[in-house]
Design a protein around this ligand. Structure first.
Ligand SMILES: C[S@@+](CC[C@H](N)C(=O)[O-])C[C@H]1O[C@@H](n2cnc3c(N)ncnc32)[C@H](O)[C@@H]1O
Length: 247
């Protein structure tokens, strides 16, 4: 008798047929529940520390956590150069860093006197963000959330930052989240990045068309806009960058 047959006999033979069917039905149900839980669920939970959880399950979370676990802190914790260059335009206040990743920009803002909330779907990334903040002697609030579900408070922020995270449905929410006089700073890849064969996302959904970022933020006062190929660290990137104000 081969080992498969032995296992089958061990599980099934001593049991009556009706019990076998019952066991199979229970196992099938358990398997179905497991599979359905793999889908994203909205699940707000508050924790007493400087961490808030808001939907931290689902395949998207797993993918980003894996990515974040495997790499070191982005740009060794150095802030985005466009943000660094224009920090003088942003008086300290309440800031929200969208898809904050490992917190290089959130921590930089905290160092410049901002009260910062850093949102990201990846708890691994935000763990690194809190470590970075601790190592620099500042505090940030981290919110583990899927931005597809997270309710950004309206009229609440002096500054909203979004670096290298393009979700077009979020733009109206970002606009509403700003106070009057509040500003947004945004930078991400252009479609040209892919066509020039430069490193970065390949899916056109995550790439801006020419002038698209300007269009997306119409209704706000544009303070700065650029598109082009820029040197970023050791590599080149085709990107668009924008600063705009809610009037
Ligand atoms: C390319 S990284 C940019 C990180 C950061 N803004 C920076 O410039 O260093 C994109 C980030 O988006 C996060 N992300 C992806 N999908 C998300 C979602 N639906 N909700 C919240 N964060 C998400 C990822 O976990 C990742 O940290």
């Amino acid at each position: 008798m081969n080992s498969r047959a032995k296992i089958h006999n061990f599980i099934c033979l001593p049991l009556p047929r009706i019990t076998q069917k019952f066991l199979i039905a229970i196992l099938a149900k358990k398997f179905y529940i497991y599979i359905s839980q793999l889908h994203i669920k909205e699940k707000p939970v508050s924790t007493p520390a400087n961490i808030t959880l808001f939907d931290s399950q689902g395949p998207l979370t797993g993918r980003w956590n894996k990515k974040m676990r495997e790499r070191g802190v982005a740009e060794e914790g150095k802030p985005n150069s466009f943000l660094k260059r224009h920090i003088h335009l942003f008086p300290p206040g309440r800031a929200l860093d969208i898809a904050a990743g490992e917190g290089r920009n959130a921590v930089f803002l905290a160092e410049h006197g901002f009260d910062v909330e850093a949102i990201d779907i990846s708890k691994m990334a935000l763990r690194k963000a809190r470590e970075l903040a601790r190592s620099r002697g500042v505090k940030i609030k981290t919110i583990i959330a899927n931005l597809d579900f997270y309710p950004i408070e309206q009229g609440h922020y002096d500054l909203i930052t979004d670096f290298y995270f393009l979700d077009r449905r979020l733009i109206p929410v970002i606009k509403k989240g700003l106070k009057k006089g509040g500003k947004v700073i945004f930078e991400t890849y252009l479609t040209a990045n892919k066509s020039l064969g430069l490193r970065g996302p390949q899916n056109p959904v995550y790439l801006l068309k020419p002038n698209e970022l300007l269009e997306l933020f119409k209704g706000l006062r544009i303070l700065f806009y650029r598109e082009g190929i820029f040197k970023k660290g050791k590599s080149r990137k085709a990107i668009a960058s924008l600063i705009a104000e809610k009037t």
